[in-house]
Each structure stands twice: as structure tokens, then as C-alpha cells.
Design a protein around this ligand. Structure first.
Ligand SMILES: [Zn+2]
Ligand SMILES: [Zn+2]
Length: 80
């Protein structure tokens, strides 16, 4: 466990900040996940803990401890 992974559940913006604080933003996910963008429906490959939709710029994040559970990937907002 990392400080910040637990309890990072519902608030996507706080979760994104924690992922950045822990230094995981640019780190590759164990397995890249194809996700449909909740904002524009474009499906893209999320390959790092922080990724942005190439079509609309919606930023997505997942904590290291939830990296194997795509349902934990959260949209944190465009330009977040
Ligand atoms: Zn963790
Ligand atoms: Zn999008």
C-alpha cells in the first residue's frame, strides 16, 4: 500500500493529485487498458497512471493499488 491509495475513492481530483504526489503520473500501468472516454466516447489506450483522452483532453487517473481494476479509473476533468 502507498500513503494516499487508500481512501482515494470518490474524489477524482484528489485522487489525481495523490497519483501525481506519489510520482506515478508518467509511470506505465502493469497492463494498458482501453477505456471509452466518458466525455466524448472516443476509446483510447490508457498506458500510464495518468492519461488524457487524445480527442478531448479529459484527464484520467488510477492509483497504483487499483491499477489492475479498470473500474477504478476516474475522469478528473478536462485540463485537470
Ligand atoms: Zn498503493
Ligand atoms: Zn474524450
Amino acid at each position: 500500500m502507498h500513503d494516499g491509495c487508500s481512501g482515494a475513492g470518490s474524489d477524482a481530483t484528489a485522487m489525481l493529485q495523490k497519483v501525481r504526489m506519489m510520482g506515478f503520473s508518467g509511470m506505465p500501468l502493469p497492463v494498458a487498458v482501453d477505456i471509452p472516454c466518458t466525455n466524448c466516447d472516443h476509446t483510447f489506450s490508457m498506458a500510464t497512471f495518468e492519461s488524457a483522452c487524445p480527442e478531448c483532453g479529459m484527464v484520467y487517473a488510477v492509483t497504483p493499488c487499483s491499477a489492475n481494476d479498470p473500474s477504478k479509473i476516474r475522469p478528473a476533468g478536462i485540463g485537470a
